[in-house]
Design a protein around this ligand. Sequence first.
Ligand code: SF4
Length: 159
Amino acid sequence: MMKFYSVFTYQNELLYINMVLISACLIGLNCRFDGQSKTNTTLVSTLKNTHFIPFCPEQLGGLPTPRSRAWITNGDGNDVLAGKSKVINEAGTDVTPQFIKGTIETEKLLTLFNIKKAYLKSKSPSCGIGKIYHEQNLVDGNGVCSSMLIKKNIELINV
Ligand code: SF4
């Protein structure tokens, strides 16, 4: 049986051990922009008997599901976090504030659960590592949330 978290107490403080983050769409949660998931059965099998937290930075940022597909307009997530680029969706709406909010909320999880490792969905404007989309074009770069995770020296696995 999978464990989503494990809580231990020490001197009246809660301790969370060996927790890893995982993009929620990878384990079957229908949180993608199209209301679907991208379940990775091999990863789900690997995670059995481990302690992990499914997260979706776009939902944490307040975006609905389903939602319009979105992309970083230029550069990558680092540029968005530095205020040098934006995230827009197919409707032309600037969703940069929601992407940044989702990143800030995810950062809280790092502290709360002493996160050192994360499995992230590839090519996403939030979770992508190494490759992201500029509209229809796949380019080099990292997503908004993954850029923060890289800065925090979290071990990242691209799935
Ligand atoms: S890739 Fe990340 S932001 Fe996109 S649906 Fe999956 S968990 Fe959410």
